[in-house]
Design a protein around this ligand. Structure first.
Ligand SMILES: Nc1ncnc2c1ncn2[C@@H]1O[C@H](COP(=O)(O)OP(=O)(O)OP(=O)(O)O)[C@@H](O)[C@H]1O
Ligand SMILES: [Mg+2]
Length: 581
C-alpha cells in the first residue's frame, strides 16, 4: 500500500538526507500556509466587528506578510532540493546500471537484449527519479501533515478534525484500488515501448539493407502500427488515471461540504462558533487534502517508477559472477599448452553447439580449426577466451584449470582477432592502445605495417590521430579486420586466435597478412580458423569439426591421405579456384 519497492529502496542509498530535507521543507511550507490561513480567517472574521478589525489590521497584515514570505521561501527551497535530488538520483542509478552492464561478459548482453539495456538506463531512470524527488518526500510529508492539521482543527471542531483525518486515511486505499489496473497497463506500455524502440533500432541499423531490397516503406508502416499500439496504451492509461482522479476528488469535495455543513450548523447553535473559526475550517480543509492529493499524484509516478524498476531489477539481478576456484586441481595430463578435455557447450535455448570436444594446442605450435559454417569453430574460440564456460568437460591453460583463473587472467595469455572486429569512436591510436595502453608510436606503426595498414594510415592527413567514425564506420571491412590484427600484434599474449582474420580483405592484403601470421608462428602459439584451406595447410595440427564434434585430426598430409571431410573440402576449393582462375 505504501508502494515501497525493494530495488528502488536499495538504489536510494546516499539520497536519504535529500529526501528527508524535501519532506522537512514541505512541512515548513505547510506550517507557513496554515498560519497564513488562520491569520486571514481571523481578520475576515473580525470584519464583523469593524472597530476590532481596524485596530488589528496592521498586525494582521505584518503577520500575514511574514507567513507568506516564509511559505514562499520554503516552496522555493523545496523546488531546488527536488531538482538536486532528481539529478543525483539519475546519476547514481545510471552509474549502477552502467557498471552492471559493463560487468557482463561476452554473450551477457544478448541475454537481456541491447534495447532493454538502453531503455533501462535512459527511460527507466527518468521514470524512477521522481520516486526519490517526489514520492518518498511526499510519503513522509503526508504522514506528518494530516497529524499536524488534525491538532490545528481539533481546537476548533473535533468532529470536523476527525472527519478529515478519516477521509484522508480512506483516500489512499481507495486510490490504490485503481492500482492493479494501472500496473497492468503500465506493463503493456513498457512492452509496446520496447517493441517499438527495438524495431526502430533494427531498422536504423539495417537501413542500407532495407533500401537495397526496397523494404523501407514496409518498415515505416510497421513502425507506424507499433507507434499506434503505444499510443493506445498511453490513452488507456490516461483514461484510468482520469477515473481515479474523478472519484477521489468527489470524495474530497463531499467531505469538505460535510465539514461546512457541520460548521454552519454550529454557527446557529446555542454555543455559536465564531465566524473566523468557520473560515479557518474552510481554508484548512483545502490544505488538508493538498497533502493527500500531492501523495496521490506522486503515487502514480511511483507506480511508473516501480514498473520501470522491474526492468532495471532484471539487469541488476543478473549473475555476473563466473565460476572461480583457485584451488581446483590442475591438468592430470600435464599438457604444456592449452588442453581441452571433453568439452560440451550449448547457447541458451538452443541445441548443443559443440559436444565432447577434446583438443590440444601445444605451446609454440600452430593449430588450425576447419569445418563447414556453423560447425562450432567460433564457439570453441569463445570457450578458449573464457567468454563462456563449458556445460561439461574442462579446459586447462599450461596445466591450470581455466576455472582456477579469472576470465581477465585467461585473456592476458590469449588474444583473439574475432570475425567481427569491434572498433570505437575515436582515433586509430585510441583503438590500437586498447590492446597495449603503454605502446609507443613506433610500436603502433610497426603493428600497422605488419598488419598491412601502414600505407593507408600514411595517406590520412591526421595519421594515427585520424577518426575511425562511429563503431569504425569510416573504415572499410578489410581495414577494420587489419585493425584487429594490429591489435593482436600489439598485445603481448603468447597465444593468439585468428577467427577468419582475412575474410574481408583483398587477395593482396590476405597474402600479406598470412605472411605476417606465418612470421608470428615462430614466436607465438597460434590457433587459426579459416575457410581458406590453403592458408592452414602448414599448421602443425589441423582439427576438422563436423556438427560440433571433432571428426578428424592430423597434419595436412595425414588428413589428405584419409577419405574424409578434410580432403573433400580441399579438393572442392581447389576445383573452385581453378574455375575462377
Ligand atoms: N550467440 C549465439 N546464440 C545462439 N546460438 C549461437 C550463437 N552463436 C552461435 N550459435 C550457434 O552455434 C552453432 C555454432 O556456431 P559457430 O559460430 O561456433 O559456428 P562457426 O563454425 O564459427 O561458423 P562460421 O564458419 O559460419 O563462422 C551454430 O549453429 C550457431 O547458430
Ligand atoms: Mg565463426
Amino acid at each position: 500500500m505504501l508502494l515501497l519497492n525493494k530495488t528502488l529502496l536499495k538504489l536510494a542509498r546516499g539520497l536519504w538526507s535529500d529526501i528527508l530535507a524535501i519532506a522537512a521543507v514541505s512541512f515548513l511550507a505547510l506550517v507557513g500556509s496554515t498560519a497564513l490561513s488562520e491569520i486571514v480567517a481571523g481578520f475576515l472574521g473580525s470584519l464583523f466587528a469593524p472597530a476590532d478589525a481596524l485596530s488589528g489590521a496592521g498586525d494582521a497584515f505584518r503577520a500575514a506578510l511574514l507567513a507568506a514570505a516564509a511559505t514562499f521561501a520554503a516552496q522555493l527551497l523545496k523546488g531546488l532540493l527536488e531538482y538536486r535530488t532528481a539529478a543525483r538520483a539519475r546519476t547514481r542509478m545510471r552509474q549502477t546500471i552502467f557498471s552492471k552492464v559493463m560487468a557482463l561478459d561476452a554473450g551477457g548482453i544478448e541475454q537481456i537484449g541491447p534495447t532493454a539495456a538502453i531503455t533501462a538506463s535512459v527511460d527507466a531512470v527518468e521514470q524512477m527519479q521522481s520516486y526519490y524527488s517526489i514520492y518518498l518526500p511526499s510519503l513522509f510529508y503526508s504522514i506528518a501533515a494530516p497529524v499536524y492539521l488534525f491538532f490545528r482543527l481539533k481546537r476548533i471542531s473535533l468532529p470536523v478534525a476527525v472527519l478529515m483525518l478519516v477521509v484522508s486515511l480512506v483516500l489512499l486505499p481507495a486510490n490504490n484500488l485503481f492500482r492493479r489496473k494501472i500496473e497492468q497497463i503500465r506493463r503493456r506500455y513498457w512492452r509496446a515501448l520496447e517493441d517499438m524502440t527495438g524495431y526502430y533500432l533494427d531498422s536504423l541499423r539495417g537501413l542500407t539493407t532495407l533500401k537495397l531490397f526496397d523494404r523501407d516503406r514496409e518498415h515505416s508502416r510497421v513502425l507506424g502500427e507499433k507507434a499506434d499500439i503505444l499510443n493506445r496504451n498511453i490513452n488507456a492509461f490516461m483514461k484510468i488515471n482520469f477515473t481515479s482522479f474523478l472519484s477521489t476528488e468527489a470524495l474530497i469535495y463531499a467531505s469538505i461540504c460535510t465539514a461546512l455543513a457541520l460548521c454552519s450548523a454550529r454557527l446557529h447553535a446555542a454555543e455559536a462558533m465564531p465566524i473566523a473559526q468557520a473560515l479557518s475550517v474552510l481554508m484548512l480543509s483545502y490544505s488538508y487534502f493538498a497533502a493527500i492529493r500531492q501523495l496521490m499524484s506522486a503515487s502514480h509516478g511511483a507506480l511508473t517508477a516501480i514498473s520501470a524498476a522491474g526492468k532495471v531489477e532484471e539487469i541488476l539481478d543478473m549473475d555476473t559472477s563466473r565460476p572461480y576456484d583457485p584451488g581446483l586441481p590442475g591438468d592430470p595430463a600435464h599438457f604444456d599448452g592449452i588442453h581441452m578435455a571433453g568439452v560440451s557447450y550449448g547457447y541458451a535455448g538452443r541445441a548443443r553447439a559443440i559436444s565432447d570436444i577434446s583438443l590440444d594446442i601445444p605451446r609454440g605450435k600452430t593449430v588450425a580449426l576447419v569445418g563447414l559454417s556453423g560447425c562450432g569453430k567460433s564457439t570453441v574460440a569463445s570457450l578458449l577466451m573464457r567468454f563462456c564456460d563449458p556445460a561439461s568437460g574442462r579446459l586447462y591453460l599450461e596445466g591450470r584449470d581455466y576455472q582456477s583463473l579469472s576470465p581477465e587472467e585467461v585473456r592476458r595469455h590469449i588474444a583473439l582477432v574475432p570475425q567481427q572486429v569491434g572498433l570505437f569512436s575515436g582515433t586509430i591510436r585510441d583503438n590500437l592502445l586498447l590492446a597495449r595502453p603503454d605502446a609507443t608510436d613506433a610500436a603502433l606503426l610497426d603493428a600497422l605495417s605488419e598488419a598491412g595498414l601502414l600505407d593507408f594510415v600514411r595517406t590520412l592527413p591526421d595519421g594515427l590521430d585520424a577518426q575511425v567514425g562511429n563503431a569504425g564506420a569510416a573504415l572499410s571491412g578489410g581495414q577494420r579486420q587489419k585493425m584487429g590484427i594490429a591489435r593482436a600484434l600489439l598485445s603481448e599474449a603468447p597465444y593468439l586466435i585468428f577467427d577468419e582474420a582475412t575474410s574481408s580483405v583483398d587477395p593482396q592484403s590476405e597474402q600479406e597478412i598470412w605472411q605476417t601470421i606465418a612470421r608470428l608462428s615462430h614466436s607465438r602459439t597460434l590457433v587459426l580458423i579459416s575457410h581458406r584451406m590453403s592458408t592452414i595447410r602448414h599448421a602443425d595440427c589441423i582439427y576438422v569439426l563436423e556438427k560440433g564434434a571433432v571428426a578428424q585430426r592430423g597434419s595436412h598430409e595425414q588428413l589428405m591421405a584419409e577419405d574424409g571431410l578434410y580432403r573433400e573440402l580441399v579438393t572442392r576449393q581447389q576445383a573452385m579456384e581453378e574455375v575462377s582462375a
